[in-house]
Each structure stands twice: as structure tokens, then as C-alpha cells.
Ligand binder design. Sequence first.
Ligand SMILES: NC(=O)c1ccc[n+]([C@@H]2O[C@H](COP(=O)([O-])OP(=O)(O)OC[C@H]3O[C@@H](n4cnc5c(N)ncnc54)[C@H](O)[C@@H]3O)[C@@H](O)[C@H]2O)c1
Length: 431
Amino acid sequence: MESELLKKIAAKEHKVAVIGLGYVGLPLAVHLAEAGIDVIGVDIDKQRIEQLKGGHSYILDVPSASYRAVQSRITPTSSYDAVREADVINICVPTPLAKTKDPDISFIIAACQQLKSRLKRGQLVILESTTYPGTTDEIVLPLLAESGLQVGKDYFLAFSPERVDPGNKKFNIKNTPKVVGGITPNCTRVATAFFKSFIDKPVPVSSTRVAEMVKLLENTFRMVNIGLVNELSIMCNLLGVDTWETIDAAATKPFGFLPFYPGPGLGGHCIPVDPYYLSWKLKTLDYIPQFIELAGKINFNMPHHIVERITTGLNSLEKSIKNAKILLLGVSYKENIDDTRESPALDIIELLKQRGAQVSYHDPYVSALEVGSEKLSSCQLTDNLIESCDCVVITTKHDGIDYNNLVDKAKLIIDTRDATRGINSPKVFRL
Ligand SMILES: NC(=O)c1ccc[n+]([C@@H]2O[C@H](COP(=O)([O-])OP(=O)(O)OC[C@H]3O[C@@H](n4cnc5c(N)ncnc54)[C@H](O)[C@@H]3O)[C@@H](O)[C@H]2O)c1
């Protein structure tokens, strides 16, 4: 089985199924097709499948033109039956948190339920969804075993975390090393060979658990360091010290320091979510991971801190937050993308509304937004709008905004992203 699959991969005759065509799955499918590999794309969202059939991409990182250029190699479908034709099956379904911050792996389970009756000898299954250590061997493996096939003998199973960074122009699927760990050594071998067929540097590790843990280390590292600089910004503010100048000067140290920057809180599908997968798993073993809990507390308090800074800023203009006209600039969780999942801007809007403020927003990437039960749409960023607001809050630093003009026209700016760097004005309050 192993040598047959390796031969197919070496000859680039392998067909790949990608399950879940979102921020991770669709770029992966397109990248595979660009490498000359035929892809079956499976998604339960029929609307997305129709869009793809019509040659339209709904993911910002995949322009429709790029999708259309390789469309002949990609078969989008909402039927799992097509996976029978695949040699390799990549699972890229969501792994959100429940309200209680417990992992919700129901999408992985649902995908495996569909796969188990269709699994064939010689296939390689790779889980790419971020999850806690043990998911592949404790959850996926027993489900696939119901097929009657034996792992490492009849089929192969591996975990390989996805490192895609939406909006990153320098690092893409091809030039970002890919960690991969199989259930058995031959699972790791075939999965590594598969990634070698279209990625510069696969990084094999000894087990699925190590591969799962790698992703959680990477994102916990970021979450904890962001928590540290967010607290630094609070301390700097109390001390009357410039946060950004401090970080920039520290970053001149050529060793032993890595700069992180503060912001209005954590956003996206990864950093605010993934560490809690690890935390949850450890709690089942009677261990409470303290760094994650503490960083979480600081980071999730940042929207409250920003609202406090807005209140203080308005006070200096003898204005109350109630009925104040407040404009948020940028509502996606980071610059130059359209993803608003877990964006701290949503929390800030909600907190401001609770205090009776009149909130509007401008975001060139997000035309409409739902906050609680309310629907908002992006306003045009005109001088009139800026001048009519009591306060502008820069929550995301998108390119293409004239920050000089903004400072010129606004009455008060709370800049959470250092977007107004170099512009000295008593109207600007920075984190
Ligand atoms: N977005 C990122 O930047 C990023 C980066 C690294 C890792 N990840 C991880 O990758 C995984 C996928 O994330 P995403 O951002 O692509 O999610 P997404 O929500 O953008 O896309 C997931 C897709 O899966 C589909 N889906 C859901 N259940 C399905 C099922 N049972 N069968 C087939 N399709 C199904 C959905 O319709 C959706 O199109 C998550 O585990 C996430 O943590 C995401």
C-alpha cells in the first residue's frame, strides 16, 4: 500500500480531496491545483459550492481570477461520495469554541462519520483542523476504524497543522514549512511525501500528538506574548511612557527579544481560540495551565480598557460617552483582510452601545456587520463624517486610509494600532 501510494505521489498522479473549503481549505485546494494536482473540494455549504462552480471565490486571499485559472483541476461538490476517488483526503473543517470555552470538535466528528463508510484501502487521511493533542488518535482513529480498515496497513492517518496567515504577502502555503506526524511511521512517511509534492519543506515529527501540540505551542506563544505587551501598554500609560517607542527600542536587541505589539484585544479564528483547546485538555488531567488563563484575562479585558480610554478622552473634551458619536475605523480582526471572527471591534461596539453611545464604523473590507441583534453597514469615510464625530477609534490599521487627514479633521482619536505614528497632536491618545 505504502509503495503504491508513494509511486503515485512521485508521479503526481495522486488525486486529493479537501474537506471544508474555507480560509484554509480553499487556498489549499487552489495551491494543489496550481502544482498540477487534481482536487475534489467537498463542503456542506451548498451556496459556496455553487459560487465555486460559477468560478467565484469568496475568500479574499484567493482572487476569483486565480481560482478560474485552475478551475479545470478542481471539482467542487457537497457530496462526500466523491472522496472515494481520492488518494489523499485533507480535513480542514472549523474547530470553534463553545460558549463555555470548551472545544467544539463536532465538525471533525461529522466529517469522519461521512468518511468512515467511504474510506478505501490505500488512502491517506490528514487532519489539518487545529485541535487538542489526542484528537487524531483518540477521536479520528476509532471513528475511521469502524470502516474495518487498519491504520498503517490498509490506510494511512496523519495530523498536520495549518499555518496559513491570511493577508500575508511573504509567506504562503508553498514556502511555509509544514509539520506532519502520523499514527505510525509509515503514515508519517507517506504524509511527508505528499506534502513534498507541493510544499518546499515538510517537517516530520514522531507522532500526531506532537504535531497537534506544535500548533498549540505556536499560538499559545503568540497569545501569551500579546497578553504581555497589552499589559505593558497599560503600565506605560500609567507611567507616562510611550509604549511603541519602548517596544521599537527593545527590538533593536539582536538576540533574545521578539517584538509583539498591543492592540484592542485578540481576534481571528486562531489566537483567541486555540490555547483554550490546550487548556481544556489539560483540565481533564487535573492541571490548570496558568499562562493561558492569565493572558486570556488580560487580552479579553482589552476592549473594556479601550472603552475606558475613550471615556477619559471624551471627558477631556467635557463630553459624556452617553450620546457621543463614535466612529470605529477597521472592524476586521487585523489589517487588510475581511475576517471579523472574534474581532475585538465587535466587543468595543457592544460595550459602547451599552453605555448609550451612537456608534458607526468604516471598513473598506467589511461592508456589513452584525453586532448582537443589530445590523450595521460601513459608512463612507468623508471629512463630514469625521468632523461630525466626537471620537474616532482606530481599531484596525488598514492601508489606504489618510491618517494625516483623519488627525486634521477629527476632534479626538483613540489609536489602538499606532496608525498615527509620527503625527504629533494633542487630539491623539495612543495605547
Ligand atoms: N483561518 C485561519 O487563518 C486558520 C489558520 C490556521 C489554522 N486554521 C484552522 O483550520 C481549520 C479551518 O478553519 P477555517 O478558517 O478554514 O474555517 P472556515 O469556517 O473558513 O471554513 C470551514 C469550511 O468547512 C465547511 N464545513 C463545515 N463542516 C463541514 C463538514 N462536516 N464537511 C464539509 N465541510 C464542512 C464550512 O462550510 C466552511 O466552508 C480550523 O481548525 C482552524 O482553527 C485556520
